[in-house]
Ligand binder design. Structure first.
Ligand code: EPZ
Length: 418
């Protein structure tokens, strides 16, 4: 039994510090495997995905030690080339270990990665790109082996700017022979973080932050100390929450530069937002506007990971809003749960949701089916009148260090039931 109880309906007041970013720390941990040295990674969030990645690195022979928010990864001695199956299938980003293991040992066998049920989530782009770099892939039931005598630099144009595929190519490219060019590379901030980590460790990467990356392989990498930036999606969750409840909150360390599209959307709904040196100050205004049309997009557009919590807020904005999901084909699972709370959400196929605002949501029992949808249900609970019980909250722990602690800091009556 892992449920969260929220007594909602009150305005949010207070401040909370934003944890380190899940989607930034995971590829950085994978990258540490490429470095025959010791790396110290600061601001690592206490979330289950990081714990799984620690186990996976451990299964390769890396020594990983946590002290508070700091992970020390000693990858001087690598022994195994088979990834522990349970941890791989439990987490999508285990796939980034593919590029890292190939770069380090030239061979890896792993199970097909798991992760949240938000659509098909194939890995064809990863595998095709690595094939272009000289990797042979042998697929068996439920798992595959990838092997490369030598990794060769290549020009790779991604048909879709996939975050994970871009990360894998970068990881393979830093140890490859020659130059790799990635065209239509993903530009998400987590890619920039990965490139900065590798560059500080001695890799040569040009075009960081843009859609064309050039990686000169073969430079010796050395251990570094590196700080993971704060999590833009966690910060965005609380930003959207206060719009739904009203109030005034401060999000310490919120990575403002990465949150422009969310801030613009929040201002349209009705928020006064001040960027300070240390974070984000948000005052929710008395009125709320619907959003006639918004679509999720690749960065710097509005992130798909914020779509569920936006839906929760729009459920209480008078008027009609339309959300189009362009990244994943099955990411409206939260709609049926919000309906239980009184929301009026109509799905038009798998890609469009029409939301007609109601006066208020009503607390009831709902169930998380995946990470971001689960967090959005907790946010909806903070907006709803009465008690909301969100079941299956282990999904939320994949990405939120302690969502109850954060909401308590913002004045919400909320607790875990374990
Ligand atoms: C990353 O997933 C994030 N995960 C996701 O966050 C995020 O929603 C997503 O990027 C988009 O921003 C991590 O960083 C661990 P993609 P990823 O490859 O890399 C298609 C969260 O909640 N595609 O950019 O898996 C795919 O189906 C998670 O924190 C292929 O067709 O996303 C999707 O439609 C959820 N073939 C699109 O590309 C492939 O081989 C973008 O996916 C790979 C992807």
């Amino acid at each position: 039994m892992d449920a969260i109880h929220v007594l909602g309906g009150n305005a949010l007041f207070g401040e909370t510090k934003i944890q380190g970013s899940k989607n930034a720390v995971l590829p950085v941990m994978a990258a540490a495997l490429l470095i025959k040295d010791v790396c110290v990674i600061e601001n690592c969030p206490h979330i289950s995905d990081v714990y799984h990645m620690q186990q996976l690195l451990g299964s390769t022979g890396c020594k990983v030690v946590r002290s508070g928010e700091t992970l020390t990864i000693d990858a001087r001695n690598i022994s195994e080339d088979t990834m522990a199956g349970d941890h791989v299938t439990g987490m999508r980003s285990s796939i980034t270990l593919l590029g890292a293991m190939l770069g380090r040992t030239g061979e890896v066998t792993m199970a097909y990665p798991g992760g949240c049920v938000i659509g098909e989530r194939p890995i064809d782009l990863h595998l095709n790109a690595l094939r272009r770099m000289g990797v042979a892939i042998y697929e068996e039931e439920g798992r595959f082996t990838a092997r490369a005598k030598t990794l060769e630099g290549a020009v790779i144009r991604l048909p879709v700017s996939s975050v994970g595929a871009t990360e894998n190519i970068i990881l393979a490219a830093v140890t490859a022979k020659g130059v790799t060019v990635i065209q239509n590379a993903a530009m998400e901030p987590e890619i920039t973080t990965l490139c900065e980590f590798l560059r500080e460790a001695g890799a040569v990467i040009e075009g960081i932050g843009g859609s064309v990356l050039m990686i000169q392989g073969g430079h010796t990498l050395h251990g570094i100390r590196f700080r993971v930036p704060a999590d833009r999606i966690v910060a965005g969750t609380y930003l959207m929450s206060v719009l739904g409840t009203g109030g005034h909150i401060f999000l310490e360390d919120a990575p403002v530069a990465q949150m422009r599209s969310m801030i613009r959307t929040a201002e349209k709904i009705g928020a006064e937002i001040h960027v300070t040196r240390d974070g984000l100050n948000i005052i929710a205004k008395d009125y709320k506007n619907p959003i006639p049309y918004i679509k999720t997009e690749i960065y710097p557009g509005f992130p798909t990971d914020m779509q569920s919590v936006l839906m929760a807020v729009l459920s209480t904005c008078p008027g009609e809003s339309v959300i189009e999901e362009t990244i994943f084909e099955d990411r409206f699972r939260i709609a049926s749960q919000l309906r239980k709370m009184g929301a009026r959400v109509e799905l038009k196929g798998k890609r469009q949701a029409v939301i007609t605002g109601v006066d208020s949501l009503l607390g009831c029992e709902v169930a998380a089916e995946e990470l971001r949808g689960g967090a959005a249900l907790v946010a909806a609970g903070s907006m709803a009148l009465g008690e909301t019980v969100v079941k299956n909250c282990h999904f939320i722990e994949r990405g939120y260090e302690d969502i109850c602690r954060d909401y308590q800091n913002l004045g919400v009556n909320i607790f875990w039931q374990r």
